[in-house]
Design a protein around this ligand. Structure first.
Ligand SMILES: NC(=O)c1ccc[n+]([C@@H]2O[C@H](COP(=O)([O-])OP(=O)(O)OC[C@H]3O[C@@H](n4cnc5c(N)ncnc54)[C@H](O)[C@@H]3O)[C@@H](O)[C@H]2O)c1
Length: 436
């Protein structure tokens, strides 16, 4: 089938490359011409394991191309995906300006029947609203479906090609049939439902997963107080198939481009409809406290952060991605800076954009954990990059001037850390593992 994808970010580029790889002819559009120029020159703008291989294979085979022209991309397209950003507005509602601009451009460029399939995470009722917007500018036949995306950054290619489920929210049998044909070669469960339910499913899934992380963090705090080991507790409860092991790792709370904004959007939606949504609200408030709790414990362990040098390992919101949007590392660094610490950081691929740190702080990006730790009083392991598991702890200890290592992802072996002379802190462990 012929496919147009609007937006070449994490969702659009991965979707485009994967759909090309399963045999469709895909043209991707972006409003930022430099991105398209980059992609045409064979350069990826995002880091995703496995994406480069798909990108090269499919551009060389002529199944994947890039343009800034909606007219070119939509010409003869059976399905037009919308995968543009829907960030939070200042009041926590969804900023729909990129989405609306994309829909208006689609309306101007349509020239025959196509399904407009929305992958952006949008408020309930958006498919109907988009339909109205297109209808007022285009007299031809078309349908709008909701096709929320569930891929995880860092595993996006795998998730797209092996989805647990594909949700098609549709009000048209013709559009449903085309969507199911498009995805026929993917083996995930196909769930067809109405468009509002599909739109709410995406928000509900993210809020549920976010709250699951908050729950294990909450129990980890209790574990610290009662002398239990949260990793054992997580194994114990996660072995129950009704609970499952995923999203039961304690840590600095969730971040990224989706959970924070989607939880905020769900709360705003509830506000508009007079619904209390207490679990989701509590999850949001508790997430911010998870960061503060880590810095409070570090502060006690090193006798106050003021004037101390702290190295932060990891800037991405999780391992295997260069995405730093609403990363816990940003909050951790800002809390450290507000308490008067000097901060250096190391991340294998991610860099912080300017303007996100307290008072315009110029962060030193080191070339390795050891370089970041040079002369540090304390280190915080903030992102679950696999390479941090293999850190040489005696070498780390010898670089530092202090000896405090806060493993905020529970990645390291506590006994080994302590044998290396480090004062090892982690989350939700009895005091023999973690002293503060
Ligand atoms: N990133 C994820 O893991 C993920 C997962 C599931 C769903 N989503 C949702 O998918 C959507 C896209 O997320 P993302 O992370 O890919 O965003 P992104 O910011 O990485 O990419 C969006 C792209 O859209 C382009 N764009 C903006 N306005 C445009 C327009 N009018 N015409 C053409 N291009 C335009 C931008 O230049 C950018 O390249 C969001 O709604 C997000 O919530 C994201």
């Amino acid at each position: 089938m012929r496919v147009a994808v609007i937006g070449t970010g994490y969702v659009g580029l991965v979707s485009g490359a994967c759909l090309a790889d399963v045999g469709h002819r895909v043209t991707c559009v972006d409003a930022v011409s430099e991105k398209i120029e980059h992609l045409r020159r064979g350069k990826l703008s995002i880091f995703e394991p496995g994406l480069e291989e798909l990108f090269v294979r499919n551009t060389e085979a002529g199944r994947l191309s890039f343009t800034t022209s909606y007219g070119q991309a939509l010409s003869g397209a059976d399905i037009v995906f919308v995968a543009v950003g829907t960030p939070s507005a200042d009041d926590g509602s969804v900023d729909m300006s990129a989405f609306d601009a994309a829909v208006l451009s689609i309306a101007e460029a349509l020239s025959g029947y196509a399904v407009v399939a929305n992958k952006s995470t949008v408020p309930v009722g958006t498919a109907e609203r988009a339909e109205g917007m297109i209808r007022s500018a285009y007299g031809g036949d078309f349908n709008v479906v909701s096709n929320p995306e569930f891929l995880r950054e860092g595993h996006a290619v795998f998730d797209f090609l092996h989805p647990a489920r594909i949700i098609v929210g549709s009000a048209s049998a013709r559009a449903t049939d085309m969507m199911l044909r498009l995805y026929a070669s993917l083996d995930g469960k196909k769930l067809v439902m109405d468009r509002r339910s599909a739109e709410l499913t995406k928000y509900a899934a993210n809020a549920f997963l976010a709250a699951k992380i908050n729950f294990i963090n909450e129990i980890s705090h209790l574990a610290e107080s009662v002398g239990a080991d949260i990793d054992e507790v997580a194994k114990g409860i996660g072995s129950d198939p009704r609970i499952g092991n995923d999203f039961l790792r304690p840590g600095p709370g969730w971040g990224g481009s989706c959970f924070p904004k989607d939880v905020r959007a769900l709360i705003r939606l509830a506000d508009r409809h007079g619904e209390a949504l207490p679990i989701t609200r509590a999850a949001y408030a508790m997430n911010a406290r998870a960061r503060v709790r880590i810095i409070d414990r570090l502060d006690r362990a090193i006798g106050g952060c003021s004037g101390k040098r702290v190295a932060v390992f990891g800037l991405a919101f999780k391992g295997n991605t260069n995405d730093t949007r609403e990363s816990a590392s940003i909050d951790l660094i800002n809390h450290l800076l507000q308490r008067g610490a000097e901060v250096r950081a190391y991340d294998p691929v991610a860099r912080l954009p300017s303007g996100v740190l307290h008072n315009g702080y110029e962060l030193v990006h080191a070339g390795s954990v050891y370089e970041a730790a040079e002369g540090a009083d304390a280190c915080i392991l903030a992102t679950d990059w696999e390479e941090f598991r293999a850190m040489n702890l005696p070498e780390l200890a010898s670089c530092m001037s202090g000896n405090c290592l806060f493993d905020a992802r529970n990645l390291l072996d506590s006994a080994e850390a302590m044998r290396s002379g480090l004062m090892y802190l982690c989350i939700g462990k009895p005091s023999r593992h973690s002293l503060f």
